[in-house]
Design a protein around this ligand. Structure first.
Ligand code: ASP
Ligand code: MG
Length: 426
């Protein structure tokens, strides 16, 4: 039996009962002969509460002190969990990210892990302990300041530790039974996926699926660490995310489905730059202005120009949270670029169909659009990759659209409804 890393999210350790329940599960893994490293998130909504508190003290909290504050949430849960495990008669020690050797760059509030040196964790394990590590935090290499990895970063901590410790598997415990063919909060008939490739999981994550963060899957793929996403409430086998179907799937050979799932995202807005002269350098100037403000774009669409005016429109989507910054940046360059006006629209949703099988199955795009049309959903923007088709629609249409597409591709489950045990999808 090898080493397992288990990660428990905030909703799994929301209160004392939750912590005791999780402690039992951890002890079971240890009894089964595994060495166990646990990564834990802050209890329930603690991180949100700390953010609220900081905002009351200072309008735009950021940087070093903000990270120092937020990391306190995970310290609370890690210490309580270690106590609960000891209470069950097993040895456990908790460690901050810094003590666990999670080394990051120095970008506060969204640091990247650049190295993991888990010497103390190894020692703790060798001495027979269960090691509990605070998720979502590290220490910067140059200044030795405490950093955080961005919201939801505990998953990345878990995968990074699994890679550094050469774990057999990284188990991510959450409040649903695994990765579903659509958000089970929206599609009751969503089906649990038994196995999904890193590739498809990455596309789902970047298309709005919240069950695993993109960065965490990217890390797992780079180091080839299989992830098992499962519920801490039910104990059922969940979803394996890996290069190949995992041996634990047993004799049943899991085939790659044509379509893995439907994801949706309502966190983006659309900006349309109206009346752009159709000549070389215009798009470059617009997107340079956006890039210089470190704004990440998603879809970009340019229309053909009207012959009579020689003007065209360019639309793009971006996180709503970056909307203000982008508009300001473009307004500043308006006369230099020479466009007519800007339109901002945050009442949009993106719906994406993901599956490596679409590479070799013609007709997927047509069926996708037919399903939307049958549901009376208007398409505003379209973008595709080799294994994904995305459209932008009105935000009001998102649930209709996701359900229609899910049904059209035969993804509806005919057995029990998907269970959501708690929390908000993180
Ligand atoms: N507690 C942090 C958050 O809520 C990190 C995590 O849960 O992964 O974002
Ligand atoms: Mg959390």
């Amino acid at each position: 039996m090898g080493l397992v890393v288990q990660k428990y999210g905030g909703s799994s350790v929301a209160d004392a009962e939750g912590i005791k329940r999780v402690a039992k599960r951890i002890v079971d893994a240890k009894r089964n002969g595994h060495q166990v490293v646990v990564v834990v998130s802050a209890m329930g909504d603690t991180t949100d509460e700390l953010i609220d508190l900081a905002e009351q003290v200072s309008p735009i909290p950021a940087g070093r002190e903000f990270d120092m504050l937020l990391t306190a949430g995970e310290r609370i849960s890690m210490a309580l969990l270690a106590m609960a495990i000891k209470n069950l008669g097993h040895e456990a020690q908790s460690f901050t990210g810094s003590q666990a050797g999670v080394i990051t760059d120095s970008v506060h509030n969204k640091a990247r892990i650049i190295d993991v040196t888990p010497g103390r964790i190894r020692t703790a394990l060798d001495e027979g302990n269960i090691a509990i590590v605070a998720g979502f935090q590290g220490v910067s290499q140059d200044k030795k300041d405490i950093t955080t990895l961005g919201r939801g970063g505990s998953d990345t901590t878990a995968v990074a530790l699994a890679a550094a410790l050469d774990a057999e598997v990284c188990e991510i415990y959450t409040d649903v039974d695994g990765v579903f063919t659509a958000d089970p909060r929206v599609v009751k008939k969503a089906r649990k996926i038994d196995w999904i490739s890193f590739e498809d999981m990455l596309e789902l994550a970047s298309s709005g699926s919240k069950v695993l963060l993109h960065r965490c899957v990217e890390y797992a793929r780079r180091y080839n660490i299989p992830i098992h996403v499962r519920s801490s409430f039910s104990g059922l086998r969940g979803t394996w995310v890996s290069n190949e179907p995992h041996a634990e799937q047993g004799a049943r050979k899991v085939e790659q489905a044509i379509i893995s799932g439907v994801a949706h995202d309502t966190s983006e807005a659309k900006i349309t730059v109206v009346g752009v002269p159709d000549k070389p350098g215009e798009a470059a100037a617009i997107f340079r202005a956006i890039a210089d403000n470190e704004i990440n774009l998603d879809m970009v669409v340019q229309n053909v120009s009207a012959a009579s005016t020689g003007l065209t429109d360019i639309s793009f989507t971006l996180p709503k949270t970056e909307g203000r910054k982008a508009i300001d940046a473009l307004e500043k360059t308006k006369s230099a670029i020479g466009f007519e006006s800007l339109r901002y629209d945050d009442q949009i949703a993106k719906i994406s169909l993901v599956g490596a099988g679409m590479k070799t199955n013609p007709g997927v795009t047509a069926s996708f659009f037919e399903a939307l049309s049958d549901a009376g959903v208007n398409i505003e923007l379209i973008s595709t990759s080799e294994i994904r088709i995305s459209v932008v629609t009105r935000a009001d249409d998102v649930k209709e659209a996701v359900r229609a597409v899910h049904t059209a591709f035969g993804l509806d489950s005919d057995s029990a409804e998907a269970v959501v045990y708690g929390g908000t999808g993180r």
